[in-house]
Write a protein that binds this ligand. Structure first.
Ligand SMILES: CC(C)(COP(=O)(O)OP(=O)(O)OC[C@H]1O[C@@H](n2cnc3c(N)ncnc32)[C@H](O)[C@@H]1OP(=O)(O)O)[C@@H](O)C(=O)NCCC(=O)NCCS
Length: 340
């Protein structure tokens, strides 16, 4: 566990953007594909619809508009971005990294660029890394993308997983600021829980073959009940740790942005933590679980609704494959264009 990483110097988010594929897939459509119903999905998950990428759309295609919006809002010269991190489990391909592909498309010729794999917690891990590199002076301005196209790796014949996931991406720019900024992070992983949420084949353990494809081993496998229990526990524990480590009480949290996996998990965590409903951002009903895209999409939604104002304390907590978890606490800063 990386505990109590107290921010060294002020580094904050100065620009944010999000994007999702156009195609909306409703629960009623899903109920024609597998043995499920709109009622079951809403009651057990709170999800009403999700976005699904087109056959020819890759992660970089969906993430690029989000990155452009974040860069536009941050202002400044795009060439001054010297670090690009894309958090994802569904890169365009194993290599080159999606971050290198995007850096090239955005005209960032010399930026360091790499992908980061931490399941649905990827975005929180990535902002912690970008924060550390900027505050340590290894980078000046970082672009962090969290995005996934889970529609490409779920088994559309498996009702226990396919109803839960969707596609989307969000992006933020991190840099030094004079006011506000990150107050702390809390990250962790328990690899013993790995088999609860994984893809058996397609890596060096079980390379793709005709047999693995025939057996559907390139699809997401999940023990829903175990992941539910894990999620309900770590969302609370991780949030409590980052708040305690930062000397902030839960009453001071203005906006709570939990990972959007299931409205029941969100409700459990928010009640246990004592955060009122009106301070909690929920968009899982419209997007489903977009993995690394989930927290930045929810953040960008809250920003678009005018819920993120300078000086407000924003708590984000994610959890996912690994099994991993992570929290970030930030005092929101005016975007880079304000006053410029
Ligand atoms: C998957 C999840 C929604 C299932 O909800 P649940 O209330 O635990 O449901 P159960 O697993 O107990 O299944 C209840 C029944 O519904 C059935 N079922 C599963 N999926 C179904 C679907 N889409 N439609 C209808 N029935 C379904 C099951 O087969 C089971 O039937 P059975 O009792 O005859 O075996 C829930 O466990 C969950 O959200 N887990 C966390 C998943 C997650 O967040 N993963 C990503 C983490 S980043």
């Amino acid at each position: 566990m990386i505990g109590s990483a107290t921010a060294n110097g002020r580094v904050s988010i100065t620009g944010i953007g999000c994007n999702a594929p156009e195609r909306v897939l409703t629960n009623d459509e899903l109920s024609k594909m597998v043995d499920t119903s709109d009622e079951w999905i809403i009651e057990r998950t709170g999800i009403k619809e999700r976005r699904v990428a087109a056959a020819d759309e890759a992660l970089s295609d969906v993430s690029l508009p989000a990155a452009k919006d974040a860069l536009e809002q941050a202002g400044g010269d795009v060439a001054s971005i010297d670090l690009v991190i894309v958090a994802t489990v569904t890169p365009d391909m194993a290599f080159p990294s999606t971050s290198a592909i995007m850096a090239d498309q955005l005209g960032m010729k010399n930026a360091a660029a790499y992908d980061l794999s931490a399941g649905c917690t990827g975005f929180v891990y990535a902002i912690a890394q970008a924060h550390s590199m900027v505050s340590a002076g290894l980078a000046n301005r970082a672009l962090v993308v969290g995005g996934d196209l889970l529609s490409k790796i779920v088994d559309w014949g498996d009702r226990s997983t396919c109803v839960l996931f969707g596609d989307g991406a969000g992006a933020v720019v991190l840099e030094r600021v004079s006011e506000g900024g990150f107050l702390g992070f809390e990250l962790g992983a328990d690899g013993s829980g790995g088999p609860q949420l994984y893809i058996p084949a397609g890596g060096s353990r079980e390379p793709t073959s005709a047999e693995t494809v025939a057996g559907g081993e390139h699809y997401v496998k999940m023990n829903g009940r175990e992941v539910f229990k894990f999620a309900a526990r770590v969302l609370v524990e991780s949030a409590e740790k980052v708040l305690a480590n930062s000397g902030v009480s839960v009453e001071d949290v203005d906006v709570y942005v939990p990972h959007q996996a299931n409205v029941r998990i969100i409700e459990h965590a928010r009640k246990k933590l004592g955060i009122p409903e009106e301070r909690t951002v929920v968009n899982v009903d419209r997007y489903g679980n977009t993995s690394s895209g989930s927290i930045p999409l929810a953040l960008a939604d809250a920003e678009a609704d005018g819920r993120l104002r300078p000086g407000q304390l924003v708590l984000m907590t994610g959890m996912g494959a690994g099994l991993t978890w992570g929290s970030a606490l930030i005092e929101w800063t005016a975007n880079g264009k304000v006053g410029s």
